[in-house]
Design a protein around this ligand. Structure first.
Ligand code: ATP
Ligand code: MG
Length: 426
């Protein structure tokens, strides 16, 4: 028997509805903010990532799926989405028509140790915004992230953390101070960090191995920001406050990637253990120029879909499979009546799952409950004779009987939630 590769899984039909629900929420919200989809190839040249993501990053050092094709080109499966967006931006001279707002959605590949919330093929949703330089853009992007989290029912489980990583002006001197400080503590650091000390000392700040007291005493970027970076950070915080968006300043958050400038943010969930980041992003003003393009500020983020879905499971948010579950219990006349009603509802744009396997009213209602549709349309012998229908709102148990002409209107009026999530109590 041939099995799936380690760290890689099927998404079976029982689960794919939830994926589609998440994807559709994301697409809808991204569109509200003016983003359009950019679809990039699943594989690219290795050097795209070694340059964009950075030689010292975990991704490039040890996580990429690298291969040589039959023509001898060094290629790899994409481990993340930003580098491809930047490549596409430069290749198509998008700097001429700023701003450029794009989103992507799809599989990424990293050779990591598989565990809960960590896979070798996983899926990300992300946005990139090229052009605007000020904190307004950062704030709008965080508003977008929080709106998406709210839309899928998990905002309460997630905290937005923000920090500033400075810019080339202030980060260099800060890095030197930090390195000097860390050198004095060298023997107290974990093996990994001792190695990082010269190559990527900022990574020590978010090392999970170091003890908290040691980290608390380290010099902080925030105290070493230049005037421009401090004003940017304060501008961002001001916008978030005025929008009433919840966030937490985390001075120890550093992103693993060299290209971040100023704003960095993460959305973290308590419930997910070590794999607790559901979204990560920030500003990368230097990257386009670094990759050979016309210098253009940019800000972006990526979310891990598997982790979002895990939280949605925990919050018991389910994608409604249909707007309506149609129960038709009785003889052939009743069933034919039901079939016609289902078509009428679909004609009106509603999605309908009709019970097609017969059985008693009781057993059909059980299926209706399991389907998670917000409303059941119920017909039996009597309803069919009188050209009436019964409808039951599954959440409240409330039931009413109406003439058939009023069905569509009633379902529509009550089903403001149609196509959205329903919260199911366990
Ligand atoms: P982590 O610290 O968990 O390794 P990361 O910093 O490598 O995350 P990013 O490269 O910023 O993650 O990717 C953005 C998001 O993609 C993460 O916040 C996470 O939700 C998700 N993600 C990253 N790697 C994986 C993976 N191997 N499996 C599942 N989701 C992942
Ligand atoms: Mg990682």
């Amino acid at each position: 028997m041939i099995q799936t590769v380690r760290g890689v899984r099927d998404i079976p039909p029982e689960e794919s509805g939830r994926w589609i629900f998440l994807e559709e929420c994301a697409r809808r919200i991204f569109a509200q903010y003016g983003y359009r989809e950019l679809r990039t190839p699943l594989f690219e040249r290795v050097e795209l990532f070694s340059r964009a993501v950075g030689e010292t990053s975990d991704i490039v050092e040890k996580e990429m799926y690298v291969f040589e094709d039959r023509g001898g080109d060094a290629l790899c499966l994409r481990p993340e989405g930003t580098a491809s967006a930047v490549r596409s931006f430069i290749e198509n001279s998008r700097h001429r028509t700023l701003p450029w707002r794009v989103y992507y959605l799809g599989a990424m590949f990293r050779y990591e140790r598989p565990q809960k919330g960590r896979y070798r093929q996983f899926h990300q949703i992300g946005c990139e915004l090229f052009g605007p330089e000020g904190p307004l853009a950062d704030a709008e992007m965080m508003a977008l992230v929080l709106r998406l989290l709210r839309e899928i029912g998990i905002q309460g489980a997630v905290t937005l953390e923000i920090n500033s990583l400075g810019c080339p002006v202030c980060r260099g001197p800060y890095r030197e101070r930090l390195t000097a400080h860390l050198e004095s503590l060298r023997e107290r650091l974990c093996g990994n960090c001792q190695r990082r000390l010269t190559r990527n000392p900022l990574r020590v700040l978010d090392c999970k191995e170091e003890d908290a007291a040691l980290l608390q005493d380290l010099p902080r970027m925030r105290d070493h920001l230049c005037g421009g970076c401090e004003a940017h950070f304060q501008g961002l915080v001001g916008h978030l406050d005025r929008l009433g968006l919840p966030y937490r300043f985390n001075p120890l958050m550093v992103r693993g990637l060299d290209y971040y400038h100023r704003t960095a943010f993460e959305a973290v969930a308590e419930g997910l253990g070590a794999q607790n980041a559901v979204a990560a992003g920030g500003r990368y003003d230097g990257l386009v120029a670094e990759m050979g393009g016309v210098s253009t500020p940019a800000v972006g983020f990526a979310m891990g879909m598997e982790r979002l879905l895990m939280l949605m499971d925990e919050a018991r948010v389910a994608a409604a499979r249909a707007d309506v579950y149609l129960v038709a219990a009785g003889d052939g006349v009743v069933e034919a009546y039901g079939l016609r009603l289902a078509e009428t509802l679909r004609e009106a744009g509603l999605s309908v799952e009709m019970h097609l396997s017969g059985g008693s009213m009781k057993s059909q209602m059980k299926h209706a409950g399991r389907s998670l549709a917000p409303v059941a349309v119920i017909i039996g012998q009597q309803e069919a004779q009188e050209q009436r229908v019964a409808i039951k709102w599954m959440e409240t148990g409330e039931q009413q009987t109406l003439p058939v002409e009023r069905l569509v209107e009633a379902v529509r009026a009550g089903a403001g939630r149609a196509g959205q999530s329903v919260n199911v109590e366990s």
